[in-house]
Design a binder for this molecule. Sequence first.
Ligand code: SF4
Length: 283
Amino acid sequence: MERGYRVGGWRDGSRIVVTPARARAVPPPAAGVMPLIDALKQAYPDAACALTHQNPFQLLVATILSAQCTDARVNLVTPGLFAAHPDAASMSRVSQEDLEEIIRSTGFFRNKAKSIRGAAQRIEAEFGGKVPRTMDALLSLPGVARKTANVVLGVGFGIADGVVVDTHVARLSRRLGLTRETGPEAIERDLMRTVPREEWIAWSHLLIFHGRQVCQARAPLCDRCTLRAFCPSAPYFLAGSKPPWEGKAGRVTPGPRVARKKAPTARAKPAAKRAAAGARKKK
Ligand code: SF4
């Protein structure tokens, strides 16, 4: 097998050929990550969590609500929600229907309401009404995965136990050559190896700000980007193309067994041809 290619197979025996692994590898920034962080801190000195909250519990709720929803929308909903249910004790008693009604505009409101009520009830029952401060305990709450747990630990308690990986952090980390992974947990592992621990919390805020304002998904503004000199993707975008590591991880191409065409059957023949063939037989 040619080196650099990954070949896999489906259960039905057909084969797939994935784009060369080496072509998707992202060159890491030559100068390391600190120049990037310094440049971003200069550009966004006020970078911080945009979700309005007064305490770790409200931050937890706001982060659950922010899934598939903008922070601005969440910030429109949470003042009323927190006025009525400011803590875990109160939130654990609200009915599913009432909570759904309050948070409806954030989308996926049924699941979000279930998660928020479940998390509040568990915090009341297992953690004395206080949001736990460890990754394992946070992950035991309904609706809480690593991203939410990292937000609560980092922003709520100032604890750097991991790196928040949202859509902006994932996209920019790939473009900047810090990972070639696509799954959030694998990206987080790469970032935890590359970014100094004391910068883990700031890193996500900086990349989220930069992703929103400059390095947007469809049209990154490389010509005015403060990271242009460090970014391996910039030459591609500036030339009007995409870097080879941009987009989906692997383009799936049908292998020989998928591509082979079956001989046409009588059923596959157009009706007119079948009629003509029948007429010839009769003669
Ligand atoms: S140079 Fe372009 S691709 Fe690289 S971080 Fe800046 S905007 Fe994004």
